[in-house]
Design a protein around this ligand. Structure first.
Ligand code: WTA
Length: 644
């Protein structure tokens, strides 16, 4: 689904608006980028030591910049340093510029806008931190957050950081079963939620989903409930507390708890090749540094810019580029509660015009959907404040890239196709707006400190030079890399560090073209990327097997014009169960129930048999070819038990 790089790839030079406009980009030539990048990978200790001191405010300075290795899986940065993430994101800006707007909340209904200054943010976060403390949440405890896109969600994450608690945000599109599993894995005693969410004009029964999940989560003592819509919700006396009641009791200042650089900041669950999701753990200082630097350099963020990331805070993009990156830089960040098409497909353009947005960050799926709805929705909107427009989450096909560049960027903005993962913490491959010419569909060059390696998947040998294709790895540690999988360090080693010794393995295929540009080719493992949402085939298969009619299930990713990939599920039925008319619908509901609506299969096929090897392994490769209409390339089928 990615474009092929060939001699004919068009190259887009750095736009004039960046080169000759104001403000001047931080890095304004390829040579300058190259020099900085080389420094960063040749001498990471002095490069990041300096930036670590300049970018972060420490309560106790670090002495050692980095220790450990990818080989041992014991990487640590800024070892002796102590700091507080919330202080770095809020206090220091509240002290310097108390009246600067930190958060613009664009509510679900257009015109429903709330602005929160840094000093207000500090007070609100402090009150909430005091509530947490009063509920006996202490440093190192985990707090689960299942909330809509409102400023209180950001406040909650910061309040955790303020007292050294670890937040674990669960995307509010997950089902109660998924929420339960995540709460149980991290052992949260406090859950934060809202009575209901609002999205695209509809109310979402957030609290009810939490109630359902908690039937199976014995660790939870309290649920703090934000009143968002004011609808009646079921209530468990003693357990459930209203946010506003508790806040009222507390003082609007709470001293920050300084933590070690390597103490955990948050967990975020993500899907891998195997069934259960992993609690990816990020620590404090390295993560914050990665978030701060990538935001500044990749979006060329300058003071007075208004930065708008459309991702949900339930995903890593929301963590790093809605919250931590912007607030580390003292920026104004937009929290968007609605959808790109509510009430009309002009919603994004209206938002950019209204708030004079300078950097806009969204996913290819949204770009493709809006492109398909037609250019008329952009007509008459003033998008002239934009300087940098970004894309993340999946490969962006050249058609979508061109449309984004022409219609949204009006050919004067830098388009940054940013490649990274939950595990990398911050962007690892991307153009720098003022320095790197782009090729539509390529994420271009590595960020500072990132030394990418294209490996031969079989031998694991590094493919040196240009014009090579293989699997993408990173060959030295960088500050914002995930440090472990919660309570399962072996899984961390097995997934990322052991497949290719001495390297971090991304799970993606990649090409480095003749000019050294990196093209991400998509996952090489059993991860499907639907609209930028990461799902494992095993997770969907286990959901299907829970249905009483299903004997076996095999899930594969198909290509989809709109969502990038989509889910195709093949099921065989148990003996004595007949295929009935409503069965496919039921199976689809089953997946929604177990995982969430975003995991709904596009097609479910009830089949008499699945292609298997003689030893009984399902051959997904064959199914993948079938769903993508590549039957003529089924490859070697001789190992099949029943080739027909
Ligand atoms: C894919 C999202 C191509 C990739 C930040 C990766 C991309 C997975 C890009 C991580 C991009 C992300 N081009 N593919 N610009 N960005 N991906 O953890 O397959 O939700 O491994 O992090 O998304 O998804 P995750």
């Amino acid at each position: 689904m990615t474009a092929d790089s060939s001699a004919s790839d068009p190259v887009f030079p750095v736009p004039e608006r960046l080169l000759n406009g104001k403000p001047t980009p931080f890095v304004s030539s390829f040579e300058e980028y190259k020099k900085l990048w080389e420094e960063s990978v040749q001498d990471p200790t002095s490069f990041f030591g300096k930036l670590g001191r300049e970018t972060l405010t420490w309560s106790k300075p670090f002495e050692t910049v980095m220790s450990g290795s990818l080989l041992e899986g014991d990487v640590a940065w800024f070892l002796e340093g102590e700091l507080n993430a919330c202080y770095n994101c809020v206090d220091r800006h509240a002290l310097a510029q108390p009246n600067k707007v930190a958060i613009i909340h664009e509510g679900d209904e257009p015109g429903n806008v709330r602005k929160i200054t840094y000093s207000e943010l500090l007070r609100e976060v402090c009150r909430l931190a005091n509530v947490f403390t009063s509920l006996d949440v202490r440093k190192g405890d985990t707090v689960a957050i299942y909330m809509p896109m409102v400023p209180e969600t950001v406040m909650a994450m910061l309040a955790c950081a303020r007292i050294g608690a670890v937040h674990s945000v669960v995307f509010a599109g997950f089902s109660s079963d998924s929420l339960r599993d995540r709460i149980n894995d991290c052992g949260a005693r406090l859950v934060l939620t809202a009575d209901e969410g609002r999205r695209g004009g509809k109310n979402i029964a957030t609290k009810r989903i939490v109630d359902e999940a908690l039937k199976g989560s014995p660790s939870v003592d309290h649920v703090l409930v934000l009143r968002r819509t004011g609808s009646e919700v079921p209530w468990a006396d003693g357990r459930d507390l209203w946010w506003h009641d508790e806040i009222e009791k507390t003082r609007p200042y709470c001293p920050p708890t300084n933590v070690n650089a390597e103490d955990p900041l948050f967990l975020l669950y993500t899907s891998g090749s195997t069934g259960t999701p992993k609690g990816v753990m990020h620590t404090t200082a390295g993560y914050l540094l990665g978030a701060a630097l990538t935001l500044k350099y990749i979006f060329d963020y300058h003071e007075n810019d208004v930065y708008a990331c459309m991702a949900d805070v339930g995903w890593i993009t929301g963590h790093t580029y809605l919250l931590y990156g912007p607030l580390m830089n003292g920026a104004t960040t937009v929290v968007f509660e609605s959808t790109p098409t509510y009430p009309t497909p002009s919603r994004f353009w209206d938002l950019i015009q209204t708030h004079k947005v300078t950097q806009f960050y969204t996913a290819p799926t949204a770009i493709r959907a809006l492109r398909r709805l037609g250019d008329k929705w952009l007509e008459g909107y003033d998008l002239s404040t934009l300087r940098v427009i970004g894309s993340v989450g999946e490969p962006i096909n050249p058609e979508a890239w061109h449309w984004y560049n022409e219609k949204v960027g009006r050919n004067v903005c830098a388009v940054v196709d940013t490649y990274w993962q939950t595990e990398t913490g911050s962007i690892v491959v991307s153009p720098l707006p003022g320095a790197i010419s782009t090729k539509p569909g390529s994420a271009t060059f590595p960020f500072f400190g990132i030394k990418p390696a294209v490996l031969d998947p079989q031998s694991g040998k590094e493919l040196e030079g240009n014009d090579v294709t293989g699997v993408l790895a990173i060959s030295q540690p960088w500050p914002s890399m995930a440090r472990t999988v919660y309570k399962n360090h072996n899984r961390y080693l097995d997934t990322y560090l052991k497949p290719y010794k001495g390297y971090y393995f991304t799970g993606d295929g990649a090409t480095r073209d003749k000019d050294g540009y990196i093209w991400i080719r998509g996952r090489v493992d059993d991860v499907i990327n639907v609209s930028g949402h990461r799902l494992s085939t095993a997770e969907i298969e286990s959901a299907l097997i829970l249905h009483p009619a299903v004997a076996e299930a095999a899930v594969v990713g198909g290509n989809d014009e709109l969502t990038g990939q989509c889910i195709h599920a093949y099921c065989t039925l148990k003996p004595n169960v007949e295929d009935s008319e409503g069965l496919e619908k039921e199976l689809s509901l089953q997946v929604r129930k177990v995982i969430g609506p975003f995991a709904t299969p596009k097609r479910i096929y009830v089949v008499p048999d699945l292609p298997k090897t003689r030893s009984g392994k399902i051959m997904r490769r064959i199914l993948r070819k079938i769903v993508n209409n590549e039957q003529d390339q089924l490859g070697d089928t001789s190992t099949l038990a029943e080739p027909a």
